[in-house]
Design a protein. Structure first.
Length: 202
């Protein structure tokens, strides 16, 4: 007859196996702890340089619009129309950058906390918000483009400039939704430390 203590048997059964190793935490390939100041400077340069090039390309794109428009026969009126229209588009970009700033903050926070599910959820919510704002602002601006151009440009002194501005916005406002989505997606990549992918997208 066995004199085993059942309590001891249950305790021994609950002892974990010491050979099992805990799974290592998931690390981000773009974010790692620098060993030396030189490594830190190199990491800052790798993150900052693509972001600087992205902003530079966007600025050059606006300058190219002014360059081509300035060589048209109606260059004076066309430049005025493009300048006002560009300001309206920059307003859209500013609103999109507001959503993008929140996306970067949330994604970076959850990425640093090793919470990839929360990071993906924040990105999805930002895409939804960006889509709604892009559609809403695009519809409002497209419907009111003629009145807006007439207010911003003196239609009595120069009736051609508001017409050209309205034509310019008719094409540019179509890109409102992509502007919001691209900014949100770029900000999500920046939140995980990847600034190269936004440069390729741009």
């Amino acid at each position: 007859m066995s004199s085993r203590n059942p309590e001891l048997s249950s305790e021994s059964a609950e002892v974990p196996n010491s050979n099992e190793q805990p799974a290592p935490p998931r690390t981000n390939p773009f974010l790692s702890q620098p060993d030396t100041p030189r490594v830190l400077h190199r990491q800052v340069g790798q993150i900052a340089l693509p972001a600087v090039l992205t902003m530079l390309l966007q600025t050059v794109n606006g300058m190219m619009d002014m360059f081509f428009v300035g060589h048209l026969p109606t260059g004076k009126e066309a430049l005025a129309a493009t300048g006002i229209g560009g300001s309206v588009i920059f307003l859209m970009i500013s609103l999109a950058m507001g959503v993008a700033a929140g996306t970067t903050a949330l994604v970076a926070r959850f990425t640093g906390a090793q919470q990839p599910d929360s990071s993906r959820y924040a990105t999805g919510q930002s895409i939804t918000l960006g889509t709604m704002m892009g559609v809403l602002m695009g519809v409002i601006m497209y419907a009111g483009r003629d009145a807006l151009c007439a207010v911003l440009l003196n239609s009595k002194a120069d009736p051609l400039a508001p017409v050209l501005c309205s034509q310019f916005l008719s094409m540019a406002i179509i890109a409102t939704l992509p502007i919001f989505l691209i900014n949100v997606l770029q900000s999500a990549f920046r939140g995980v430390g990847d600034t190269r992918t936004p440069l390729v997208i741009t």
